[in-house]
Design a protein around this ligand. Structure first.
Ligand code: ADP
Ligand code: MG
Length: 616
């Protein structure tokens, strides 16, 4: 395998890195700049990518930034107020997001592909390769299937072979060489432009495992810029009487001034805000770090909730964390560093440039895949549980939330009625007990099962989550060999949705379990009714009258229990029926064996014995 590049496709900035003999290196552009602003503007319909677009080469309405927020999402996932603040044109519906440019509509995947293609070209020129195809691309740990798939699609659209989608925090830990430790627990705190991610990693014998992840897909430097911009707009309105909040060109300008002030305040105690106003007057004022920190404080506080949640999910206290890593441009802010140090009670790693850490780690992962580094294996986790619908509308969990991926789970099912030739498979995601309370990911049918008695078919269902977090579900009937599978199509699910799902599952845990127990007991009872009736009919001539009567009574008792809302009552009645019917089942089994022996067919015997057992 040739060279593999590592790409950090960021909300705000993107980078490409590669591995040379001195370690991972950021690939610079012709001016020697590493960061490529993740911005695509259009001038007369032609795309302009990066710094030029950022510096106003294209009109505000056609300059698209923070497009990563829209990857794998629909317009309806966003609130109107948030969309209204964007200086660029945006369109879409409950299934998609589009960026209109003249008569062309671009998707977030297409815009991202333009950024990736720019990085690809940059790497090809720098490395003197005619064509460089193989790449690793990073995504926030909280990205769901749809977002990961969209990222992969963008890579492919840019002409890349995406070998692996890697979580950004995992890449960051690699960049810090924390794999050189023998073992330890690492917290990665990533506050970038548009997203906040906290991940707790465990390292053991050179293997990384993500114990837990949490975050906020709507929290980052952009929010700080928003607040500062809003503050300036209010200031202008109060002192000069202009409402500039709907002037797009002006908004772009004022946002850039706000961002620069923010950056300055990471190093200076005060900064000067200077802005030309439309009437020729100027806004000129000093902003001190103390004033700025008042705006900042609530945003910094908002990172602590997810941080504590991740610790809780990992079952760890802050004192049990061995290393803390800072990632993302916004972690240059002194107040952020202070908050992180306080939360974990230790000084975080900040030796590397926080904007570059992820790309450097991606290059290391790329090198692993290219065969350069071989000792490591990277593991991540699933954000929500995955399972199947079973009888009575209950979800059967196959893979738990926060399970380490790649992973595999297997479950065997059987047919419920005689000569059933198909099984409906309904794949679900969520934390609730009932199917109706969870998300439906896919439905498919395993057809072509040869007719056989109920319970004879052995349908094995396998859930496989690959290293990119993409789910493949396959089903096969083991006796006949018929098989089918689906790769679960990415669907739209925001982080807020995930948070809501978790909240609801905690709130409803008790009633959910009771309902599930009742449904399961009833399903169990429903299975018994036809079997018990069949047994009674079949044995009516040959069974002992007292036994027949006892079994009949037990069956009636179960019918009554079935109508009550008490799962324990149903279970007791099932047990009682089982006990009462036992002599009849035994007698029937003996007769089956006896008659089969007379026919001298071993296969028959086996089949009948099995059938009698399954029916009993
Ligand atoms: P992303 O991963 O979202 O692309 P980055 O890690 O590149 O983001 O971080 C970008 C954010 O970091 C921007 O909001 C930018 O304003 C902010 N940032 C960069 N440098 C500084 C700094 N010196 N002080 C404060 N924020 C900064
Ligand atoms: Mg980042």
């Amino acid at each position: 395998m040739g060279k593999v590049i590592g790409i950090d496709l960021g909300t705000t900035n993107s980078l490409v890195a590669w591995m040379n003999k001195d370690g991972p290196q950021i690939v610079p552009d012709e001016q020697g700049i590493g960061l490529l602003p993740s911005i695509v503007g259009f001038a007369e319909g032609k795309p302009v990518v990066g710094l030029a677009a950022r510096n106003g080469a294209t009109s505000a309405a056609q300059t698209f930034f923070s497009v990563k927020r829209f990857m794998g999402k629909a317009l309806s996932d966003f609130d109107a107020a948030e969309l209204a603040r964007l200086p660029y044109a945006i369109d879409g519906d409950s299934r998609s997001v589009r960026f209109p440019v003249g008569s062309t509509n671009y998707t977030p995947v297409q815009i991202s592909a333009m950024i990736l293609a720019t990085l690809k070209k940059r790497a090809e020129r720098f490395l003197g390769e005619f064509i460089l195809k193989d790449a690793v691309i990073t995504v926030p740990a909280y990205f769901n299937d749809a977002q990961r798939q969209a990222t992969r699609d963008a890579g492919e659209m840019a002409g890349l072979d995406v070998l692996r989608i890697v979580n950004e925090p995992t890449a960051a830990a690699l960049a810090y060489g924390l794999d050189k430790r023998n073992q330890g627990i690492i917290a990665v705190y990533d506050l970038g432009g548009g997203t906040f991610d906290i991940s707790i990693l465990r390292l053991e014998n050179g293997v990384f495992e993500v114990l837990a992840t949490a975050g906020d897909n709507h929290l980052g430097g952009d929010n700080i810029d928003d607040r500062l911009t809003a503050l300036l707009l209010t200031e202008i309105q109060e002192t000069h009487g202009f409402d500039l909040s709907t002037d797009r060109e002006f908004l772009v300008k004022i946002r850039r001034i706000a961002e620069q002030a923010k950056k300055d305040l990471s190093y200076a105690e005060a900064t000067r805000l200077l802005l030309e106003l439309p009437d020729g007057k100027r806004l000129d004022q000093i902003l001190t770090r103390t004033e700025f920190e008042k705006i900042l404080e609530p945003l910094v506080q908002r990172t602590l909730g997810p941080s504590q949640q991740a610790l809780k999910d990992a079952g760890l206290s802050p004192a049990q964390i061995d290393e803390v890593v800072l990632v993302g441009g916004s972690t240059r802010i002194p107040l952020v560093r202070k908050a992180v140090a306080e939360l974990f009670g230790r000084k975080p790693h900040d030796e590397l440039n926080p904007d570059e850490v992820v790309a450097l780690g991606a290059a290391i992962q790329a090198d692993i895949l290219a065969g350069g580094t071989t000792e490591m294996l990277l593991l991540d986790v699933t954000p929500l549980s995955l399972g199947l619908e079973t009888m009575g509308g209950v979800m059967e969990r196959l893979i738990d939330r926060n399970a380490t991926i790649p992973c595999r789970a297997k479950e065997t099912f059987t047919t419920a009625v005689d000569n059933q030739t198909g099984i409906d498979i309904h794949v679900l995601q969520g934390e609730r007990e009932l199917v109706s309370d969870n998300r439906s990911l896919a439905r498919f049918k395993l057809a072509g099962i040869p007719p056989m008695p109920a319970g004879m078919a052995k349908v094995e269902i396998i859930f496989l989550i690959d290293a990119d977090g993409i789910l493949n579900v396959s089903a096969s009937e083991l006796r006949s060999g018929v098989a089918t599978s689906v790769t679960v199509k990415p669907s739209y699910l925001s982080d807020d949705d995930i948070a809501d799902i978790l909240d609801a599952s905690f709130e409803n845990a008790e009633t959910d379990i009771q309902q599930r127990q009742l449904i399961e007991a009833r399903v169990e009872a429903e299975r018994r009714f036809p079997k018990a009736e069949e047994l009674l009919t079949e044995m009516s001539e040959v069974g002992a009258p007292e036994t027949l009567e006892a079994a009949q009574k037990a069956l009636e008792a179960l019918r009554i229990a079935y109508t009550q809302e008490n799962h324990l009552g149903i279970r007791d009645a099932i047990d009682a029926l089982e006990l009462a019917a036992e002599p009849l089942v035994a007698q029937r089994m003996n007769e089956a064996v006896g008659s089969a022996l007379r026919n001298r067919s071993t296969d028959d015997i086996l089949a009948k014995v099995e059938q009698a057992r399954l029916q009993g």
